[in-house]
Structure formats: C-alpha cells, structure tokens
Ligand binder design. Structure first.
Ligand code: FES
Ligand code: FES
Length: 165
C-alpha cells in the first residue's frame, strides 16, 4: 500500500504517495521526472545514481524513498542557480570532464559534497572522494582537473564575497 512521504527536492517541498518498495532513484526519475539522476548497476557500485541527502552523497538506488521521508534531496537539476551553472558544472564542461555523460551527474554531486567539506582537496583526496563513482570514458584525469578547477573558482568566489567585491 502506498505511503505518503514528504521530500524537499532541490529546495521544493514534494508530498508523494509511494509504494514502500520503490527506491529514491525510481521516485526521482519516474514520479518527479528528474531524469538527470542515472541508473547504472542498481547495486550501489557505480555511483551513477548519486544524489545528496541532507548534503551527503548517497546512492539513490540503495535508499528506499520511504527512508528519505522528511529529508532534503539535491539532484543535478538543483545545482544551477538563476540560470547560472554551478561552478562544478562549469568546470566539468570547461575541462572536458565528461564524454557520454552517464556518470556525470553523480560525479558532480559527489564533487559538490567533497568541496563542501574540503575546499582545497589534494589530488589524492579527490580521487578518494570519487572512488565510488565509476567512469567508463574519461580515464578520470580530466575529472580530477575539473574538480581542481571548481575548487579554485569556488575559493575565489568566496574570497570576493569576503572582501565585498
Ligand atoms: S545505480 Fe546506484 S550505485 Fe549504480
Ligand atoms: S563520461 Fe561516460 S561514463 Fe563517465
């Protein structure tokens, strides 16, 4: 029997009647039409389905939607703001950190979470933070460069805000 849950998705409150067996991934894609979140392995191994739940990266294929009741969820659709790409999105494009794009939304959300905790990660810390996100195309080097660039851009932006520029 369907259960009613409340999610805040990309800042918007959603009340949804969901079957208890449905994953957060299925509800995001099929009920809310947020298809930027991808399904790869369905077993928690590829990271394609990564979203943020209360700011932390989660494999949405492993979380039942009812378990996310009351939580704040961020998907790739929630990264851009007022028509401007998030610095992480801009850096992935600029550095060519994607090819087919299937892993990209998960990579970007894992990156957003990393940079929220560690504004200046080393290459090793970046590779470790993204170890759960698999990419079949890029060889990872350009992804790491994109994360480094995003970190620099975000630091510069934070400094400008601090100095009131
Ligand atoms: S689809 Fe969720 S980890 Fe692969
Ligand atoms: S860009 Fe194709 S899987 Fe990563």
């Amino acid at each position: 029997m369907a259960q009613t849950i409340e999610l805040t998705v990309n800042g918007k409150k959603e009340a949804l009647a969901v079957e208890p067996h449905l994953t957060l991934l299925e509800v995001l894609r099929d009920s809310l039409n947020l298809t930027g979140t991808k399904e790869g392995c369905s077993t928690g191994h590829c990271g394609a389905c990564t979203v943020l739940v209360n700011g932390e990266p989660v494999s949405s294929c492993l979380l039942l939607a009812v378990e996310a009741d009351g939580q704040a969820v961020t998907t790739v659709e929630g990264l851009a703001c007022n028509g401007n790409l998030h610095p992480v999105q801009a850096a992935f494009i600029e550095k060519g950190g994607l090819q087919c794009g299937y892993c990209t939304s998960g990579m970007m959300l894992a990156t957003v979470a990393l940079l929220a905790h560690n504004a200046q990660p080393s290459e090793q810390e970046i590779r470790l933070a993204l170890a759960g996100n698999l990419c079949r195309c890029t060889g990872y080097t350009k992804i790491v460069e994109a994360v480094q660039q995003a970190a620099e851009e975000m630091q510069l932006a934070a400094q400008e805000v601090q100095h009131g520029d």
